[in-house]
Design a protein around this ligand. Structure first.
Ligand code: S3P
Length: 454
């Protein structure tokens, strides 16, 4: 029965004002979600956000053209393209195909205006690595949420390499980066962060000799793969990655797989909504991103992986999801970095499991687009669930009856989508405030949901 998910929008002056204050114009729409009988059909996810950022940045400093197919529709990736344009890179975007005329490692031009990374931590942190190697000064800022996010983690290693970086008090954005000749370093990451690893490796392209990064836990390795694909001299052994400063990267035609972090919302929805039968096509299955599939399998989730292939060094395939009873349990600390973006929706799933769900070692969640531990806990409580908050994690009780509530997303895309999924299995109506923030990673999220809801 179409319309069972009532995705009504309404905008009040107060909401509009809040959105403006948050630097999120366009996010003021609220959406109403009602429970559904089933989710049936085949859906496609937007191109992977993480991989799209990387090919955009590497395409910009490669030689010759790069053609990126299925480039992410996310606003974050558009922020990366806009920053690169301001640095003098010629970029053409037609739907989901982005063509970049590589300027070469030394071909970026100074920007008279400050670069705007919007809501995107990946844009600011990874681009900082490239800007550290430029013989000019760049200012890069972002919206209200990004302006609260920690940048010391990139300032420290890039400064060690020879860049001069000023920030707002507390090592917060905006950053003023005075780049130059860099020296190679060996850097042990204090926090497991793919963005920081990438920033150091990208800066390493501008240093003479070998730059090495050692990770405490494995994080997504898309930068390592993309560098390999474009001809960089890169060595990888377990959690140590080394890159040699090089004369050139080769532009490339690449295809981006669907984003598994976006698929996570449909995976959880397809497992929780009774009578569902969902297929998600062409999802990226890079082993550093598939911890969610392992966790769901351990809980007894019925997810089949089909038609697996390798494209440009990245695995992809289809996921077939059927609902059933889920056991729940603990998420091990070493799995956390590989699941960091999926923890909000997994916490929602936890409420519907036999034993509940709990995890530690996820303090990083507090410095994402919102404090995701506090915001998940607060919204689950609004829906009537029992939740215990830890400094670095959550415990969500199982077998909870959720009731519809007004969800305060704090302008955070993953909170909006996680609680839209909660609304599908709650009693009554759930209202997702500032729902437009889903544009950050998945602009067609609500349309896609509506299409498969019966
Ligand atoms: C990302 C890494 C993760 C993740 C973010 C994307 C990336 O952030 O949360 O959504 O593309 O490298 P951290 O590096 O801060 O863990």
């Amino acid at each position: 029965m179409p319309g069972a998910v009532s995705l009504q929008r309404f905008t009040s002056d107060e909401e509009l004002l809040t959105a403006f204050r948050m630097g999120f114009f366009g996010s003021a729409k609220s959406r109403k979600i009602k429970p559904v009988k089933r989710l049936v059909g085949t859906v496609e996810m937007p191109g992977d956000k993480s991989i799209s950022h990387r090919y955009a940045m590497l395409g910009a400093i490669a030689e010759g053209p790069s053609e990126i197919h299925f480039f992410a529709s996310s606003a974050d990736c558009q922020s990366t393209l806009d920053c690169l344009k301001k640095l003098g890179v010629t970029i053409d975007r037609r739907e989901n195909v982005v063509t970049i005329q590589g300027a070469g490692l030394a071909g970026l031009k100074p920007s008279l205006q400050a670069l705007d990374a919007g809501n995107s931590g990946s844009t600011m942190r990874m681009l900082a690595g490239i800007l550290a190697g430029q013989h000019f000064r760049t200012v890069i800022g972002g919206d209200a949420s990004l302006s609260r996010r920690p940048m010391k983690r990139v300032i420290d290693p890039l400064t060690q390499m020879g860049a001069r970086i000023e920030s707002a008090e507390g090592y917060l954005p905006p950053l003023e980066i005075e780049g130059g000749t860099l020296r190679p370093i060996r850097y042990e990451l204090p926090v497991a962060s793919a963005q920081v690893k990438s920033a150091v490796l990208l800066a390493g392209l501008y240093a003479e000799g070998e730059t090495t990064v050692v990770e405490p836990f494995a994080t997504r390795d898309h930068t390592d793969i993309a560098l390999e694909q474009m001809g960089a001299d890169i060595g990888r052994h377990r959690r140590t990655i080394a890159v040699r400063g090089c004369a050139r990267l080769e532009g490339k035609k690449v295809y981006i797989p669907g984003d598994i972090s976006s698929a996570a919302f449909f995976l959880v929805a397809g497992l929780l909504v009774p009578e569902s039968n969902l297929v998600i096509r062409n999802v990226g299955l890079n082993p550093t991103r598939t911890a969610i599939l392992d966790v769901l399998a351990t809980m007894g989730g019925r997810v089949k992986v089909l038609n697996v292939e390798m494209l440009n060094g990245e695995l992809l395939g289809d996921l077939h999801i059927e609902p059933g009873t889920l056991k729940g349990g603990e998420i091990a600390q070493e799995s956390v970095p590989g699941l960091i973006d999926e923890l909000p929706v997994l916490s929602v799933l936890g409420t519907q499991t036999e034993e509940g769900l709990w995890f530690h070692g996820a303090a990083e969640l507090r410095v994402k687009e919102s404090d995701r531990i506090a915001v998940v806990a607060a919204n689950l409580r609004r829906m009537g669930a029992k939740v215990e908050e830890f400094p670095d994690g959550l415990r969500v009780a199982g077998r909870q009856k959720l009731r519809g509530a007004e969800i305060n997303t704090q302008g955070d895309h993953r909170i909006a989508m996680a609680f839209a999924v909660a609304g599908l299995v709650a009693e009554g109506t759930t209202v997702i405030r500032d729902s437009g923030c889903v544009d950050v990673s998945f602009p067609k999220f609500f349309d896609t949901l509506e299409r498969v809801a019966e």
